[in-house]
Design a protein around this ligand. Structure first.
Ligand code: PLP
Length: 407
């Protein structure tokens, strides 16, 4: 009998513990707790009627056998076409060889990690950065160079200095990972100037950019900025790999997303997909295709924006009301996405505060989970998309009571 399984785990997996956010869910079983913790879109935007009708069509007798079969690994032809069209409206022009359907954004990140990272390789990120990216990359045991994100996005001068340093040390980062639109967890958007400058760095130092874009279509205020991918296309560059998911604009239960990039990168990712999940379920791809082609895409997106804009406005106004300046609490004011990032006085550790907040029946994600290395402890991520308006107001009220008790 094998007594110690741990000794048999691979070195990559031995110390690997997965997603810390998932482990917090056990504390949130009390139905009276209002959770601002998850990254859940609201079920109010799921288009249930359209989904059911499309589902019936997809499962109609002549196509059900195909749905129940294996299907093409790069993705269903109909979905590839629909995605190419979806991107054209965002000034991105690609061919099929530049596109791989993924089983959601997390899968897309996993493919990036597996393709590029060996143990000890360096990944350049913002501080904070998306926790799910760190979890995906960590399986390959990289090291991180992180620089504090600024109001208008990544600290480009800091990135430059670190790239110079890395060049001198002979150990360049394998890639730079960013979420330029309404970053998870801060809600910060990278300015156009910084997008261009980041591309300059990428070309100058020969380091690819991974642009993760789940929230691009969820802008509630201000004008949309071009994606880094599209800016690179204008330079005839091939330096950017784009990651997308339909989880936030359609529904996360569908688990469909896609990666775009140079043909040789996409081909390799497809090879990895062959080994890790084979094909994305055809039913899910067909449903995604229905969302894109038959369910009024633009008006759906407009509805999502109108719906979340109201929630964000209310949330920001309530924060303003319950956290006057003398509390020392500050927060970002995002123009889109699903999150804002709050900073509490330095003596408060938000991991400890989380357990206090549970007593006040409110939850958030402690900020330490969003760092590649050396986490800061006095931040929290707050989600405003899932709870209803009355809950959002009540949650901020409870959070304020909890934090004021710590001051
Ligand atoms: C920046 C970012 N990338 C990727 C993902 C993963 O998306 P999915 O839920 O489709 O796996 C998320 C989800 O929250 C995200 O915020």
């Amino acid at each position: 009998m094998i007594k110690n399984w741990k000794d048999r785990f691979s070195e990559n997996c031995r110390a690997y513990e997965g997603y810390p956010i998932g482990k917090m869910l056990q504390y949130l079983s009390d139905p009276e707790i209002i959770s601002l913790a998850g990254g859940l879109p609201s079920p109010d935007i799921f288009q249930r009627g359209g989904f059911l009708a499309a589902s019936e069509k997809v499962l109609a007798s002549d196509s059900i056998n195909k749905v129940m079969q294996y299907s093409a690994i790069p993705g269903e032809k109909s979905l590839l076409d629909a995605v190419i069209k979806f991107l054209r409206r965002d000034s991105i022009s690609i061919a099929e060889e530049n596109l791989l359907i993924t089983t959601s954004g997390q899968h897309g990140l996993d493919l990036v990690g597996r393709l590029f990272l060996d143990p000890g390789d360096i990944v350049m990120v913002d501080r904070p950065t998306f926790a799910g990216a760190v979890v995906a990359f960590d399986l390959c045991r990289p090291k991180y160079i992180g620089l504090d994100i600024e109001k208008d996005g990544s600290d480009i001068d800091g990135f430059r200095a670190k790239l110079e340093e890395s060049k001198q040390n002979g150990a360049m980062p394998k890639f730079i990972y960013v979420v330029p639109d309404f970053q998870n967890p801060t809600g910060i958007t990278m300015s156009l100037e910084k997008r261009e400058k980041l591309l300059d760095l990428s070309h100058e130092f020969g380091v690819p950019i991974i642009e993760d874009s789940p929230y691009r279509d969820l802008r509630y205020f201000g004008d949309s900025l071009p994606s880094i991918f599209s800016l690179d296309q204008k330079r005839s560059g091939k330096n950017v790999i784009g990651l997308y998911t339909f989880s936030k604009i359609f529904c996360p239960g569908m688990r469909v997303g896609f990666n775009i990039g140079p043909a040789e990168v996409i081909k390799k990712m497809c090879n990895i997909k062959e080994g890790n999940i084979l094909n994305t379920p055809k039913y899910n791809q067909d449903m995604c295709c229905a969302y894109l082609n038959d369910m009024g895409l633009e008006s759906h997106l407009e509805n999502c924006r109108n719906y979340y804009r109201e929630k964000l406005k209310l949330f920001l106004a309530t924060m303003q009301e319950y956290f006057p300046e003398d509390t020392g609490v500050s927060w970002t004011k995002p123009e889109g996405g699903l999150f804002l990032w709050a900073t509490v006085p330095e003596h408060i550790d938000t991991e400890e505060l989380f357990f206090e907040a549970i007593k006040y029946k409110v939850a958030f994600v402690p900020g330490w989970q969003f760092y590649g290395e050396n986490p800061a402890k006095n931040h929290m991520r707050l989600n405003f998309s899932f709870s209803d308006k009355a809950q959002l107001t009540e949650a901020v009220k409870r959070l304020a009571q909890c934090i004021k008790a710590q001051l």
